[in-house]
Design a protein around this ligand. Structure first.
Ligand code: FES
Ligand code: FES
Length: 169
């Protein structure tokens, strides 16, 4: 069956099996290898992408459901100047080790920061809730939460969403 959607700003049309998952189409057909299979059951977040601006697990979504929607993967986020701000915060806080989980965490970070007005005193609980769908087996969550909390409390990333966000949603 044919499916047509936008991915990282480009319109694509593909012939997909009715059983294909969005994960398979993004990773295998479109070679967007940041979208990875971990658990395949919606538990780990390794396959996370933005779907109309919200984080979803692409392993749980049939590819045909992307019809007419906008998908953004880590490859697309790298084209946005705000990605460098997020990457710097993760590095400064030592929040990455093997990086298997990183694309999922960054996707959830973007989804959270897009909705979150920047303010002092963001609670760790808020950040933990926003990242709850992502598992990391090596860094431990404290450093990741600190990195995202730091981002949420600074004005720069807000400006980068307002002025430079290249996608529709
Ligand atoms: S592979 Fe999709 S949530 Fe783990
Ligand atoms: S840094 Fe290795 S799984 Fe998170």
């Amino acid at each position: 069956m044919k499916v047509s959607f936008k991915v990282n700003g480009k319109q694509v049309e593909l012939d997909v099996s009715p059983k294909a998952r969005l994960l398979d189409v993004l990773h295998d057909d479109l070679q967007l290898i940041s979208v990875k299979e971990g658990c395949g059951e919606g538990e780990c977040g390794a396959c996370s992408v933005l779907f109309d601006g919200k984080t979803v697990n692409s392993c749980l979504i049939p590819a045909f459901q992307a019809e007419g929607h906008e998908i953004v993967t880590l490859e697309g986020l790298r084209q946005w100047p705000g990605y460098a701000t997020i990457e710097r915060a993760y590095l400064e806080h030592g929040a990455v080790q093997c990086a298997f989980c990183l694309s999922g965490f960054v996707v959830s970070t973007v989804s959270y920061l897009k909705e979150q007005p920047q303010k002092d005193g963001v609670s760790e609980g808020d950040v933990e809730k926003a990242l709850a769908g992502n598992l990391c087996r090596c860094t431990g969550y404290t450093k990741i939460v600190e990195a995202v909390k730091d981002l949420a409390e600074h004005e720069k990333i807000k400006t980068q969403f307002e002025e430079d966000w290249p996608y529709e949603k």
